[in-house]
Design a protein. Sequence first.
Length: 357
Amino acid sequence: MIDQALFGCTSDGRTVTLFTLSAGSVRIQVMDFGATLVRVLSPDAAGTVADIALGFDRLEGYLDNPACYGGTIGPSANRIDRAEVPMGDRIFHLPKNDGPDVANNLHTDLECGLHKRIWNADVDEAANTVRFTCRLTDGELGLPGNRTFTATYTLSEIAGGAALTLTHGCETDAPTYVNMTNHSYFNLGGIGSGSALNAAVTIPAASYLPVREDSVSPREVQPVAGTPFDFRAPKRLGADIETADEQLRRGRGYDHCLCVDGYALGSAPRPALTAHDDRSGRTLEIDITAPGAHLYTGNWLDDRNAKDGISFGPRDGFAFEPEFYPDNVHHADWAHPVCTPNAPYLQRIIYRFTTCP
């Protein structure tokens, strides 16, 4: 059974609903504000259940939420140079909201993007699924097309835990640009357990995207070999984070897109990350269909009394955001999200939460 409960009300009186899905020993909570993942309740090796997803326990925190905890980001995730999206013979303009000179765009619109809207929700009890829908009119948020966005959460029991399948979609009546992601942060020791950097992480990515001083990805793909960005063999997330590396300096840690091996248009989800916490015995595996994923070690987190009375600071959680490469609109040789009336946008993320005794 999918439980539904009032999570709060917006300043204009609209109600926000929290949905609880259960499978085996794992429960997740999602809400219709921002199609947001609010909690992941998972047992450790001793059977003690803890929340491993950073966020807030009241709606008011999400109304601001500069860290974008758990939110569905779109239509455009990550950074776009000059806040310009060229399409055909036109240039579409997004809000300038990021960078030292505030000349670039981050996550479309930090005040009115998809993560700040109330979505319609449809519950499918038999499939253990909640499907959220949000509509934008032509030109809304700076991009063309009357668009219908979907974020579908399905929780299934698997050996040792549960799998959460998150499917992002968009249908449009005109060609448009879409690059959605989910912005959840995880700490496998449980929120409030300290740094998330103790997790041993494996990411099958032979290359990554360096960033400029303003955090935009230039037209450059670099091999990870010999750099702190090499996670092809398991290593602690924090093992190299204090290395004297120019890219780490620019991000205050990891804040970069990794080019996950094996991308092919229309292919099934492929392994992108495995993280294991020895202290708790929890393991997180993430499979994706997108070309890459942005690894962010929460370097700027600063939320007092955020959830369950716990405060979050830098590196108390890490985000792994599947996406088409940042600023791909300015790089013709990179894969581009396809969304036209005849080719809807569809991407999938699978999160597996398990425990090793």
